[in-house]
Design a protein around this ligand. Sequence first.
Ligand code: GDP
Length: 309
Amino acid sequence: MFDSLSDRLNGAFKGLRGKGRLTDADIDATCREIRLALLEADVALPVVREFIKRIKTRAKGAEVHGALNPAQQVVKIVNEELVGILGGETRRLALAKNPPTVIMLAGLQGSGKTTLAGKLAHYLRKQGHAPLLVACDLQRPGAVTQLQIVGERAGVAVFAPHPGTSVGDGSAPREVTVSDPINVARDGVAEARAKQHDIVIVDTAGRLGIDEELMRQAAGIRDAVQPDETLFVLDSMVGQDAVLTANAFAEGVGFTGVVLTKLDGDARGGAALSVREVTGKPIMFASSGEKLEDFDVFHPDRMASRILG
Ligand code: GDP
């Protein structure tokens, strides 16, 4: 994960090894290297600027710490600041006082929403919850079937629009309008309530790029089901565009947390390192492969340690 960034950062610290004392010039030179490493990894420029400023101030003002040599001290500061831009603490799901907890997934097509829906449902089931997956991606051909397959693998029920669907609200089975994901979302939550599911995960449609119709639809679903958590699903392989996409979703739909997907690929790290600072929303989960188990709660400190090797 983020191999090139790790190599570049470790290279930046090399010049400090063996030094008994660090001059301001040493720190400036190292910060230049760190800056280049972050820019090359596609970290957003304002995030890089602020990061470097903090490292410089802290490194120059650092008290000599008995147990650490100067190089180790700088690495420690960089590590702490990395944990900071990754969000500091792990943020857990906020469960509703009155179940079901509604979790809505939003993001571009191909970001990994449907795959993630299955992983999240599987994870929550293992934690003793009874989730219901709701298929509201009626745009991408095959998305509903894909969610049904994923749900089956995860051992989790799926509410999908098909003729004659019982909506579980006490009324007779009626047809769900296939073209209206907002109705499906609403009926999905009613189904969860009727069948004692304590968590509802709503998979929504994405587009290849940001567009108004997509945002309107996602906002409509949000208004209909009033999610307790809206998770923005972000493909970590996306470079500079990650920030634009995140901002567009923050503005158009709003979200409470971020899920990073495809961390098993050769992502450079920019999306992961920028999204928290740019949006102010925590990264909550990390997804890193095709298997249901390739998924975990996001731990900023572990991610920072991995980056610094
Ligand atoms: P959606 O359009 O947002 O629902 O995206 P999908 O869940 O269909 O994922 C798009 C593609 O990315 C599929 O081929 C998935 O198998 C793949 N994918 C999703 N998550 C991951 C991941 O964490 N790692 C890898 N390597 N591939 C993933």
